[in-house]
Design a protein around this ligand. Structure first.
Ligand SMILES: *Cc1c(COP(=O)(O)O)cnc(C)c1O
Length: 226
């Protein structure tokens, strides 16, 4: 089932990219494993996946010790008291949602001589229940975070709200894309932002149409395991 699911996803991505006259090689599939077993994860690795996403530091620690070298992505909310472990484990932290968290990650990275790659999470739907910077304060905070020496800010991340039709998620993806373009246009960061992490099982094709470079997929690969 996993291999069929992954084939469908790859075909879908190729089709969207062809329509959008974009290269499919520019899209990274981050497989979010949540409740998936080690065997399931080994299967996706065998199918050529190199990017594995986790939303809990604790879970990642266990899986990390039992799997070959991979690019690990932290996609869930990160508490400052878990920052030290996160810096040791993850190649890319998608969920930096405050200056304070960024400063703690920067400090922990400095201690182990690492430059930590990060994305900044933006709450594009401005829902009170969601983490992420408010869009109106994002540029100011991005500027401050980008100045921290042991962080390498690669781009932005958002989680679209749950909507009836995938197409209704489009405005939130478009907002993130707009923010990235504005940051690059006004040279807010030292290096241009390249990465847009947006789109999950229900809406990844829409997200790619709107400029996603990373999609985070769980159920599309493993089915509903929860
Ligand atoms: C679980 C999760 C995903 C994957 O969600 P699916 O709908 O199962 O594809 C992506 N991003 C984050 C932050 C998640 O927590």
């Amino acid at each position: 089932m996993i291999s069929e699911n992954l084939k469908i996803i790859r075909d879908n991505i190729a089709a969207v990219c062809q329509r959008a006259k974009q290269s499919k090689d520019e899209i990274t599939i981050v497989v979010v494993t949540k409740t998936a077993t080690i065997e399931d994860i080994k299967e996706v690795i065998g199918l050529g996946i190199q990017d594995i996403g986790e939303n809990r530091v604790q879970e990642a620690t266990v899986k990390f010790s039992r799997l070959p070298a991979l690019k690990w992505h932290m996609v869930g909310h990160l508490q400052t008291n878990k920052a030290r472990d996160a810096v040791k484990l993850f190649s890319l932290i998608h969920s930096v949602d405050s200056l304070r968290l960024a400063m703690v990650i920067d400090e922990e990275a400095r201690k182990i001589n690492k430059v930590q790659e990060i994305l900044i999470e933006v709450n594009t739907s401005d829902e009170a229940t969601k983490f992420g910077l408010k869009p109106e304060e994002a540029i100011e905070t991005v500027k401050e975070i980008a100045s921290l020496k042991n962080l390498n800010l690669k781009g932005l991340m958002t989680i679209a709200p749950i909507v009836d039709k995938p197409d209704n998620a489009r405005p939130y993806f478009r907002a993130l894309r707009g923010l990235k373009d504005k940051i690059n246009e006004f040279r807010v960061t030292r290096d241009e932002l390249q990465v847009l992490s947006m789109g999950m099982t229900d809406d990844y094709q829409i997200a790619i149409e709107e400029g996603a470079t990373m999609v985070r997929l769980g159920r599309a690969i493993f089915g509903n395991t929860d």
